[in-house]
Ligand binder design. Sequence first.
Ligand code: OAD
Length: 228
Amino acid sequence: MKNLIVLTGAGISAESGLGTFRDSGGLWEKYRVEEVATPEAWEQNRALVTDFYNQRRKQLLTVEPNEAHKILVQLEDFFNVQIITQNVDNLHERAGSSHVLHLHGELNKMRSTGPDAEVFELSPDQYEVCPDDVCPKGYLLRPHIVWFGEAVPEIEPAIQFVQQADIFVVIGTSMQVYPAAGLIHYVKNNVPIYVIDPHEIDHLPLNVTYLQCGAGVGAKQLFALLKN
Ligand code: OAD
């Protein structure tokens, strides 16, 4: 089976009801990145950062995977599908996707600030965490999120997946945040690239097939194109 590598961003979850970051009315209009999504913010105001992610987790409980998430699962019947997502929600997993790599971390996990950086999965009834929660070894727990200014540990495996792509698909990302936005440059020559987004994305390679529509409609079109 061919390798179908899919890079997703906030736009794929928009149709489930989760807001994007940079669209009008997006999350970064309501919050300042520096106040909630940086290591400095965590040092300076743990309560505010904790509250921000508690709200994001609470929202997770109110949304469901949409058509686009589900179509990516159906494509597993025909392709080796590897999803590389910038999203910190768990909608790909809840839809049933088998291979999901989270570049920017996961809302439903906390990580020890101790030397072993152990990761703990939260069950939905544990989604409301406290700023002073500690792991069983006594180290402070922090959100398992890649904050601005931090390294992206999963970028290396992501690059390797992209280099192995037979088909590359991008859904719902403004391609403004690096290193994720640079992944498209690792796609081999002659590999078809499909981009699904209602808005035009700057600086895309020339050989891109651009489906200018929402994720659900676009994923349906993609499914039809790929099955042929
Ligand atoms: P953005 O908010 O930057 O971009 C969202 C993209 O989704 C835009 O290109 C929109 O046009 C598109 N979009 C909107 N509605 C859509 C729909 N119904 N169907 C498909 N696409 C739609 O979000 P990301 O590119 O994901 O990082 O942002 C990247 C990173 O920046 C995030 O992972 C987050 C953020 O700051 C961290 O928090 C570390």
